[in-house]
Design a binder for this molecule. Structure first.
Ligand code: NAP
Ligand code: F7E
Length: 342
């Protein structure tokens, strides 16, 4: 049985990846942080049958910013594969906590790589890279050869992680790979990311549980996929003969405003747009303002135009997403409706 170690097990991707690997009969170890309130809600159900019987799912306390804990865990578990999904992953928040973001997102992977280098066991390594590294893009769509131009402390830290992963592969022959993943969402998405925020708010507005949704820049464009498809790509990347880096994306692009319109149409919630810039507003059929823009949700720097070209992954990994924007949104809406009626 293969043994995997996931840093970031309690996050959106960690929860989907753990399920995928358990299905593939891996023993899955996950690293969770100590927190004052419970942070395992996305994985609590994994303890439920049949997994609990097999005892193939084991959690450990740890922190990617703590070299001792990171090294000790790897040396104790001796996994075949490590997936580093741990990160301060919120771009806007990275402007508020830049040093911590650099430590966790940049130096975190270095700690893992250095431990793997010193290990007698050949451990494969996956680093959770991001389309944010393309930032102020000089090419549309973006692929593995596109120049990087990070526009946030988050993207800058992730770029260090990207290059150090590549360096350890080239210098020491490690099986170390970068996934350059474009935005991926799901019902498990963190509450403050824009898709989750929009779906949750519009479902609540439709059901008269909330009056308004406040947003920032609704004109940036993103390439959105489903996390379930994207964790499959992470696994495929580590199953190849040679280590390499891959762009993973849906290859389709929508603005935040278009995403709102898709969600509202599925909810049969008619929205009329009036005004411009910060004064733009969404009005419902009764003439009430239900969407407004607020300065505090705008970022010091924005990434305007992300669109992936995942040709390489589709050819070499034979990866193909099963979801599209419509099935993704429908699943997110269904989940929020369930939450409202609980
Ligand atoms: P997420 O939901 O924010 O999950 C991040 C995970 O990292 C959580 O389990 C979190 O623990 C953990 N973590 C944070 N700081 C840590 C630390 N110091 N030590 C140990 N664990 C720590 O993010 P996600 O959407 O699943 O994304 C997974 C990874 O892919 C991240 O590295 C993200 O930057 C990257 N990425 C995401 C996307 C996307 O669109 N989702 C796209 C490209 C790349 P808590 O639960 O305790 O907070
Ligand atoms: O913002 C705009 C915002 O926070 C998307 C992370 O998973 O994907 C994610 O980063 C866009 C931006 O995702 C609000 O300005 C408007 O242009 O959902 P987001 P992100 O910044 O693209 C990448 C690939 C990652 O790697 C990251 O870890 O939406 N926007 N109004 C807003 N965004 C938020 N969060 N909240 C708003 O109110």
């Amino acid at each position: 049985m293969k043994v995997a170690l996931i840093f970031g097990i309690t996050g959106q991707d960690g929860s989907y990846l753990a399920r995928l690997l358990l299905k593939k009969r891996y023993v899955v170890h996950g690293v969770k942080r100590r927190s004052s309130s419970l942070n395992t809600k996305r994985i609590d159900d994994i303890y439920v049958e049949p997994f609990s019987k097999n005892q193939n799912f084991i959690l450990h306390y740890g922190d990617i910013t703590d070299a001792l804990s990171t090294t000790n865990l790897i040396n104790k578990i001796k996994p075949d594969e490590i997936y580093n999904l741990a990160a301060q992953s919120h771009v806007a928040v990275s402007f508020d906590v830049p040093e911590y973001t650099a430590n966790a997102d940049g130096l975190g992977p270095l700690r893992i790589l250095e431990t793997i280098r010193n290990s007698k066991k050949k451990i494969k390594f996956y680093q959770a890279g991001t389309s944010e590294m393309f930032g102020k893009v000089d090419q549309i769509p973006q692929n593995e050869k596109t120049n990087f131009h990070p526009r946030s402390p988050y993207a800058t830290a992730k770029l260090y992680a990207h290059w150090i992963t590549k360096n350890y592969r080239d210098a020491y022959g490690l099986f170390a790979c970068n996934g350059l993943l474009f935005n991926h969402e799901s019902p498990m998405r963190g509450e403050t990311f824009v898709t989750k925020k929009i779906v949750k708010a519009l479902v609540r507005i439709k059901n008269k549980k909330q009056k308004k949704l406040f947003l920032g820049n609704i004109y940036s464009k993103r390439d959105w996929g489903h996390a379930k498809d994207y964790v499959e790509a992470m696994w495929l990347i580590l199953q190849q003969k040679f280590p390499d880096d891959f762009v993973i994306s849906s290859d389709k692009q929508y603005s935040i405003k278009q995403f709102i319109n898709i969600v509202s149409k599925k909810l049969n919630l008619k929205i009329k747009w009036i005004g411009k810039g910060i004064n733009e507003k969404g009005i419902n059929s009764e003439g009430k303002i239900i969407i407004e823009c607020k300065r505090k949700y705008f970022r010091p720097l924005e990434v305007d135009n992300l669109l992936g070209n995942s040709k390489k992954a589709r050819k070499i990994l034979k990866w193909k997403p099963k979801y599209n924007i419509h099935t993704l949104v429908e699943e997110m809406i269904a989940h929020e409706l369930e939450m409202i009626h609980e």
